[in-house]
Design a protein around this ligand. Sequence first.
Ligand SMILES: [Fe+2]
Ligand SMILES: [Fe+2]
Length: 329
Amino acid sequence: MTNVVAAEADWDAAPSLLDGAANVELTVERCDLAYWFTEVAQGTLRGRPLGHSGTVQTPEYMRTPGPLREALTLELIYRSLDEEAATRVLADYVATAPGIPELEFFSTQLLDEARHHMIFRNHLIDLGHPKDGLIEWIRAVGAEYTSKILNPIREFATQVTRHEEDFVGGVVAFAIIIEGVLAASTELSELKWRVLDPVAGEIARGAAIDEIRHLAVGSSVVRQHLIDHPESREHVLEILRRGRKLWEQLEDKEFVMHRERLYQEGIQDHRELLRDYELFPGTRLIETTPEQRWDIAARWNEELADARLAYMGIPEAIDLLRAQAPRIL
Ligand SMILES: [Fe+2]
Ligand SMILES: [Fe+2]
């Protein structure tokens, strides 16, 4: 039986996250439950039910205590907490979905985020961290990150959807303020780990393919809403202003830079392995610094936001978001 998977969900044919999120067009009508089962469960995830194929392995040096393992450990802890929070927040999107297409799509996104949580969490076990008490340990190590970064973001999305019962406002918050801001670091993660830990690379690739869909559908919901209700333009911009204000109050850079400095220290032992590996054409990973990687991610974020905001029909929001300090997590 031949089974052709939609290009954007195909493991080999899907574009990179930033390319796909900027250029792929998907709607809630297209990405219904049937799409999810055929293109995701039986497409992207075919042969990779737990996020990776099992044909690649985590090298022993990733299991050995040291800065490289510590860098990936922190990244997986923060990502696990992000994905758990996203899953819980999305329950309100399902609850406030105005129609069945929205209800079906956000049910699948909720499941995607719960799956990401499982996959990132499980990879900590691959790195040799104890399975017993794993989630309690994740919460303890990530306590400061949760209280300073994650909880305010989560409260913002919950405030808009649950308390203000504003579904579209919630989609704006999630697609632009939350997932849009995470896209660059998700892409960077795939590129940073692909050679050093092929399992982490596969995990990141799978999550990136899902994110293309989440960002593309979220953007099309906002776009269609503005076509149908041009009078709500100011309201959408107001959600973006609130989101920008939120990020201005968050001190996320130190969490990222601490991890990036560990990564920098850790990759020095693998200079030979990384000698010719390019982060993107013309820039070799081993020659980049933590600050440069921060700047690269910030630039990618801006480019993605510009493309998506123009597609949504609110190009004036580009300047509004540009006014904020660049963020990555
Ligand atoms: Fe996710
Ligand atoms: Fe997502």
